[in-house]
Design a protein. Structure first.
Length: 136
């Protein structure tokens, strides 16, 4: 079973933290190793549950599209996966989602993200001695 890059990065970060704690005299290396193992098992179970739920929600073509999105933009893929799972839990999804439905959903999400990004407000503070107010 091949590990995904995100999981490998999390593992590497956790190992670095554990080594740093050991170097600081944290002691109890066996306890930390057991705790790390339990965390890894919990993460693996969570990932398997997520994949199981997504396979129930999405048909084959939609699942393939979502996985290709996750390869290109992992944070966006994760956001869509979480959104789909939340929709399924709240009963907003009836039946399996096709690729066309997923594409429509992605377009809506992209529009929302664009609207959030385009909202830029510049508040310029004016001071009593501001040079723009001076008449020459």
């Amino acid at each position: 079973m091949a590990d995904d890059p995100e999981l490998a990065a999390i593992r590497a970060r956790r190992m670095a933290e554990m080594q740093a704690q050991g170097a600081q005299g944290g002691g109890g290396g066996v306890g930390n190793a057991e705790q790390y193992q339990k965390q890894q098992e919990a993460m693996q179970r969570e990932k398997e549950m997520k994949n199981s739920m997504l396979s129930q929600i999405l048909d084959q073509s939609a699942r393939a599209r979502l996985s290709s999105i996750s390869l290109v933009k992992p944070e966006k893929g994760t956001m869509i996966e979480n959104m789909l799972i939340q929709m399924a839990r709240s009963g907003q999804i009836g039946g399996k989602i096709t690729e066309d439905t997923l594409v429509n959903l992605l377009e809506k999400v992209n529009k929302q993200l664009e609207q959030e990004k385009s909202k830029v407000t510049i508040n310029r503070r004016r001071y009593a001695m501001d040079s723009d107010d001076d008449d020459y």
